[in-house]
Design a protein around this ligand. Structure first.
Ligand SMILES: [Zn+2]
Length: 341
């Protein structure tokens, strides 16, 4: 199988601030992962097209977008305590939001079997009306909203270590999108309790899986099998979008989960099975240890290309983990969902 690999030089021009963990070097680390994956013949470069105002306004109000665009045009400024926009950030943000849309179009033309979008800034903390957590535009939501508007059923799986509060906010009452988030709890931004399951017509279309520090990969696989798979089967998605944050890696400097690159491989392998070949889009979110970003990106690209386990280079340190905490929390979450049915 082949994989569209989407990135853009303009992403490097977005500077989040001095010594900020969300730095341009993160993208270099992902590119190093693409090289390490050794998929020379399988990776197809794809240049993203910036999201149009129409695409962005499916998710964010016009005035919200105008404000960020104006701040950037005037040289930049702080949008929230940890989110800074510079003069080039608007261009980067619209290209990041457009990456998934461009990938969907290319996949629809049958150009490839999956897409990996290496973007900056990330998007999953941006709510409809608030920039936060290094995010300005809700990248994954822009892609999912476009697909939903075309009658598709979209599954979003967010395995960034932080709760995807922005994506949740956008689709909380929307049954066209099933949003599943794995995240460390408690942790920034403070949302994502298991009891947050959607509202109104969207009740039951948000699934939060909070996990304690040092949770190992086997707990994720159990959650996917026992909790996520039955819900996904009932939803029957036509597209899959993964919010791929690699800050669940145990070396990440700002979180405390216990995953390795081998775990990300195993988890992603399960998740991609939820949607048909040719309907799988991966979008980069967080991940702040550069070596972990390289190893995880290489592994996930290998999965998308359908490379067999033994051929994905995972050294000893990065083997899949098991036996850590998370079992009790998972029991509680599974119990909550069983009580609904
Ligand atoms: Zn994160």
């Amino acid at each position: 199988m082949t994989v569209l690999f989407s990135t853009h030089a303009a992403y490097l021009e977005h500077l989040a601030g001095p010594r900020h963990p969300e730095c341009p070097e993160r993208l270099d680390a992902v590119l190093a992962g693409a090289r390490r994956a050794d998929l020379v013949d399988a990776l197809i470069p794809l240049e993203p097209v910036a999201a149009s105002r129409e695409d962005l306004e499916r998710v964010h109000p016009k005035l919200y977008l105008d404000r960020i665009e104006i701040i950037c045009a005037r040289g930049g400024g702080r949008l929230d305590p940890d989110t800074y926009a510079g003069p080039h950030s608007w261009t980067a943000a619209t290209l990041a939001a457009g990456a998934g849309l461009t990938a969907v179009e290319a996949l629809r033309r049958g150009q490839s079997d999956a897409a990996f979008c290496a973007v900056r800034p990330p998007g999953h903390h941006a709510t409809r009306t608030e920039s936060m957590g290094f995010c300005m535009v809700s990248n994954v939501a822009v892609t999912a909203a476009s697909l939903a508007a075309q009658g598709e059923r979209v599954l979003i799986v967010d395995y960034d270590a932080h709760h995807g509060n922005g994506t949740q906010d956008v689709f909380y009452d929307d049954p066209r999108v099933l949003f599943v988030s794995f995240h460390q709890w408690p942790l920034y931004p403070g949302t994502g309790r298991a009891c947050e399951m959607g509202s109104g017509a969207g009740d039951g279309f948000t699934m939060n899986i909070p996990l304690p520090p040092e949770t190992t990969g086997d707990r994720y696989l159990r959650a996917l099998d026992e909790l996520v798979a039955p819900r996904v089967a009932a939803f029957d998605p036509t597209w899959l979008v993964i919010s791929a944050g690699f800050d669940g890696h145990r070396d990440d400097p700002i979180t405390e989960l216990g995953l390795t690159a081998g775990d990300y491989v195993a988890i992603t392998r399960r998740v991609v099975e939820f949607a048909p070949v040719g309907r799988r889009v991966v979008v980069l979110e967080g991940g702040y240890d550069l070596e972990a970003l390289t190893a995880c990106s290489a592994g996930v690209l290998g999965v998308l290309a359908g490379v067999a386990d033994r051929k994905i280079t995972i050294d000893g340190q990065e083997r899949a983990t098991s036996g850590g905490p998370g079992q009790r929390e998972l029991d509680t979450t599974i119990g909550l969902w069983r009580a609904r049915s």
